[in-house]
Ligand binder design. Structure first.
Ligand code: ADA
Length: 572
């Protein structure tokens, strides 16, 4: 089944499969003559061309082509679950749009035509270009792959259509919801609607006034069942219009904060889990479904109830699975350690706002998502970045007043302190005591971990954020799979095991922490330039599992402590 929403009375063509392709290399996408392309290559979609040995390490333009058979006279919505780093979409030779938002779910509207065979060409570019792709840079500590990472589909539409229905639970109990219906195309000023929940019959809602392409309704889910990690109950809603119907899946739960606690339906909940990159050596970020399920099963086995989707908008199939398994998810915009060279680009702020809006709109109905994150390790200690942080927080809150906001900061210890904690609900800190150190001071021992963690409590209080929930959003130590050492030296599995055992014990044992997401779930490919000297194998090796999901020694140490904390999931 494709991820939700599902559509009624309309044809949706799944474009996943093998596409024709052609490697064009280092050419300007504006100069490509599509008719002259020699389609010599075949590539999978979803897929990443540079995860294949033939294109490993290459940067340039790859052209993809397929043909879809559609109903003549109908327009289309051509939807990309996520791709990168940049791509341009042409249908029957006409440019319909270009996407500079890697990993974002994104779509273009295709005008109707008399043809039943429509040719889709996508020019995918994995070159770094600060102006053209302002959200991705070579400095990122994860590999920038080229490809169509996630599913592609073509939904046939008429003059107007339902885009999405956002379901907002409005209370901490029962089934009260607010429905926000968004339309696309030339929608009339008034639309008759019918509504059904779960297996119930359609109810007439009568004509509804549409303002700025949307309308809002209140409703009550009959026989409501609340969603929670140990009991992840889901509901469905069907909304029917003369232009067709839509089925959305959602969960009833409310997330709030009370002082230092995060509450789920009014009850304090602690988050224990991992940062997870969507990556595998054989497919890059285009993970097969088998891998999505394996990752979640492993995280369940570890006793986690929480996943931070570092560092980009998540795959909708993955979030559907998180809804079903009962994980709590932190979803965030793409970003990594931005500095002024990035934020001075004219497209930087608008691109961030756009990807934030898309992220919320795509993921709104997932009860698993409880936190929106942005600007991982940005310059949050600088007053000049204040407008960027506050504007993005405003965009996110306007799109979704029902979830919590956070950003992962590594700037608490700057002289000025972190300057923008007032725009978020939950403070999240990335820190690496016991791992990174000034070489002049010698390596930092495990004994640094607890004092450094506790030092943050005091600093937060001094910055006026002492009464906000605190998540340790990154902490970790590198270990190379199979490197065993009786000295428990850095890079050995023993050091990582001891490090994580200590860290978990501290965080689980102290009420001040609302959560922990360990850096990181599994090893992943990263930069292969000079900085790779600090990244043996050109991988970030702080995974509790290696890149093939083979557990290191730390696995059992974390598993034992997370399971004993029994934070939520149904025991398995
Ligand atoms: C940062 C960053 C991660 C990773 C980590 C590390 O905190 O957010 O993406 O690079 O450091 O391994 O050093």
């Amino acid at each position: 089944m494709s991820p939700f929403p599902h559509y009624l009375d309309t044809r949706v063509h799944d474009l996943d499969g093998i596409w024709q392709a052609a490697w064009l290399g280092d050419v300007d996408p504006d100069q490509v003559a599509i008719e002259a392309i020699d389609w010599h290559e075949r590539l999978p979609v979803p897929g990443c061309f540079d995860a294949l040995p033939r294109y490993a390490g290459r940067r340039g333009l790859m052209a993809y082509r397929t043909v879809v058979t559609v109903t003549p006279g109908r327009g289309g919505l051509l939807r990309f679950g996520g791709g990168g780093l940049w791509y341009r979409v042409l249908v029957d030779g006409q440019v319909l749009g270009s996407c500079d938002l890697p990993y974002s779910g994104w779509q273009v509207t295709v005008p109707a035509s008399d043809r039943h065979c429509r040719q889709v060409v996508v020019l995918v570019d994995n070159r770094f270009d600060a102006e053209r792709v302002p959200l991705f840079h070579p400095m990122y500590d994860f590999y920038g792959y080229g490809g169509l990472y996630r599913s592609v589909s073509w939904r046939e539409v008429g003059d107007w259509w339902i885009e999405r229905v956002q379901v907002r639970p409005t209370t901490a109990q029962g089934g009260a919801v607010e429905l926000q219906v968004r339309f696309g195309g030339a929608v009339p000023a008034s639309v008759p609607l019918q509504l059904a929940f779960d297996h119930g019959a359609l109810q007439e809602l009568g004509p509804q006034t549409v303002t700025d392409g949307s309308c809002t309704l209140s409703a009550t889910v009959p026989e409501p069942r609340r969603w929670s990690p140990p009991d992840p109950q889901l509901h469905r809603l069907r909304l029917q219009t003369p232009a067709g119907g839509i089925v959305e899946r959602f969960g009833l739960r409310q997330v709030t904060v009370d002082g230092q606690r995060i509450l789920l339906d009014g009850q304090p909940i602690r988050l224990l889990g991992y940062n997870r990159h969507e990556v595998h050596p054989q497919s890059g970020p285009a993970l097969p479904r088998q891998q999505l399920v394996e990752d979640l099963q492993i995280l369940q086995d570890l006793g986690c109830n929480c996943i931070r989707g570092s560092h980009y908008p998540q795959d909708q199939t993955f979030l559907d699975l998180c809804d079903e398994y009962g994980f709590l998810v932190w979803e965030e915009t793409l970003g990594w350690g931005y500095d002024e060279t990035q934020w001075r680009q004219p497209r930087f702020a608008p691109a961030n706002h756009e990807q934030a809006r898309l992220m919320v709109r795509n993921s709104f109905n997932h009860p698993s998502v409880i936190l929106w994150g942005f600007f991982n390790e940005g310059g949050s200690h600088l007053t000049e970045t204040g407008p960027l942080y506050h504007e993005l927080a405003t965009v996110l809150r306007a799109e979704d007043p029902t979830r919590l906001l956070t950003y992962a900061s590594n700037r608490l210890w700057e002289q000025s302190g972190d300057a923008h904690l007032d725009c978020i609900d939950v403070v999240s800190l990335n820190m690496y005591p016991g791992w990174y150190a000034d070489p002049a001071q010698g390596s930092r021992p495990l004994a640094d971990v607890v004092p450094c963690l506790r030092g943050a409590w005091q600093t937060l209080a001094e910055l006026g954020a002492g009464n906000k929930p605190l998540i340790i959003s990154e902490i970790g130590a590198g270990a190379i799979y199979g490197c065993r050492d009786r000295h428990a030296a850095h890079w050995s599995e023993e050091y990582q095991r001891d490090f994580l055992a200590l860290t978990c014990a501290e965080i689980i044992g102290q009420e001040r922490y609302a959560g922990l997401t360990i850096w990181q779930y599994c090893d992943g490919r990263t930069y292969d330039d000079g900085r790779a000297l600090g990244r043996p194998r050109a991988f970030n090796n702080k995974g509790t599992l290696d890149e093939y999901r083979r557990p290191k020694l730390a696995y059992d140490a974390v598993r034992q402590r997370f399971r004993a904390a029994a934070v939520g999931q149904r025991p398995r």
